[in-house]
Design a protein around this ligand. Structure first.
Ligand code: PMP
Length: 367
């Protein structure tokens, strides 16, 4: 049988594993930071209507520039942040993973490097590898915050072409203060200048505000967002970015023609019509997230401060063993490989109760 290693794959891909959160068939799945609420029925109807319309034109390529969708995304960002944005400053792709890939294809690539402060979203490093961009693992403190001086030193030393800042951070859940982002932006400009990508996949769940207003006067700053979490539409695959119009022009150089299908554009537009309802679910999830934090602490676990729709908890002598024990009780959480810690996504109140019962039992067992 032919294996991967028998093929002439690129040297840097040899022996590597693909991204893979286990997709197990378990009663309560709280492992991939999805929104637990299915889309409301009126929205499902509206999607069907919009998709039916789009289907009539499927013999044609879709709007290559996704003008209507980008305009509506810009309106959403303007309305929720108070910072005025228009079509020229917004770009969309199939999930924010593709947005990040396009950014690295544009600003990274062979002979260039990107830095992220780890533990953080593992796909940043994997997309770097896939685009031939060298990866630098930057430091994070014991408490999972970014130490500004240590980060500034790492940027000055490595002079990366791209700097990733994830806020709220995944898997730790904590937000990065705006002053830290500003300091790292300045450090990155002094060192290179490089592009700074702020990954705000979970920003709608934050106690704080989006960093969109920081775009003013900072052409090397990019804010990446997604409809996978707050909009409850992980299956849609729609991510987007806001940045200086020049950045939007630059990613056109690498995007595939017609990358966003007419079906995707129609579905995303329908979802944006229902923003208010969907953001209502976000409020419920934030309350559930806060409840998880409080109850986990009451049970006796350590919890990292969370601004996301998930919570990092510990500490375990053996996190994988704890993960398995929770799974044995019918609840799937995530072992991200952070020694001593696990991550649980906020689910419905019933799912969260099932999770809390499972960890309570586990704690009792361990004494
Ligand atoms: N950024 C972060 C920090 C994430 O956690 C995720 C999803 N887990 C993404 C980006 C990618 O999400 P999507 O491609 O679904 O937009």
């Amino acid at each position: 049988m032919t294996g991967i290693d028998d093929l002439p794959v690129r040297e840097e891909l040899r022996g590597k594993s693909p991204y893979g959160a286990p997709q197990l068939d378990v009663p309560v799945r709280l492992n991939t930071n999805e929104n637990p609420y299915p889309l409301p029925e009126p929205l499902v109807e509206r999607i069907a209507e919009r998709v039916r319309e789009a289907a009539r034109d499927l013999n044609r390529y879709p709007d290559r520039d996704a003008v209507e969708l980008r305009t509506k995304l810009a309106e959403y960002l303007t309305k929720t942040s108070g910072y005025p944005l228009g079509l020229a400053q917004v770009w969309a792709a199939n999930g924010s993973n593709e947005v990040i890939q396009q950014l690295l294809q544009t600003f990274g690539g062979p002979g260039r490097t990107a830095i992220g402060f780890e533990p953080s979203y593992s796909m940043h490093a994997l997309i770097a590898r896939g685009t031939g961009t060298g990866w630098i693992s930057g430091p994070r403190g014991e408490d999972f915050t970014i130490d500004v001086s240590a980060a500034e030193r790492a940027i000055a030393e490595h002079r990366p072409d791209v700097v990733f800042i994830t806020t709220p951070n995944n898997p730790t859940g904590n937000a990065v203060p705006p002053e830290t982002v500003l300091a790292l932006y300045e450090a990155a400009q002094a060192a290179k200048p490089s592009m700074v990508i702020v990954d705000e996949a979970y920003i709608e769940f934050s106690h704080g505000d989006s960093l969109l207003p920081l775009l003013q006067g900072r052409p090397h700053l990019v804010i990446s967002r997604t409809m996978s979490k707050a909009f409850g539409a992980a299956g849609l695959r729609l991510g987007y970015l806001a940045a200086d119009p020049a950045v939007v022009d630059a990613v056109q150089l690498v995007r595939l023609p017609y990358h966003l299908s007419a079906i995707t554009q129609a579905t995303a537009l329908a979802a944006l019509e229902h923003t208010d309802t969907l953001l209502g679910y976000v409020e419920q999830l934030k309350a559930e997230r806060d409840r998880l934090v409080a109850e986990l602490r009451a049970i006796g676990y350590e919890v990292t401060e969370s601004d996301a729709n998930f919570v990092q908890f510990g500490r375990f002598a053996n996190a994988h063993e704890a993960w398995r024990k929770i799974l044995d009780r019918g609840v799937l959480v995530r072992d991200n490989g952070v020694p001593g810690w696990l991550r649980v996504s906020a689910g419905t109140p019933e799912e969260n109760d099932a999770f809390l019962d499972a960890v309570r039992e586990m704690k009792k067992e361990q004494g």
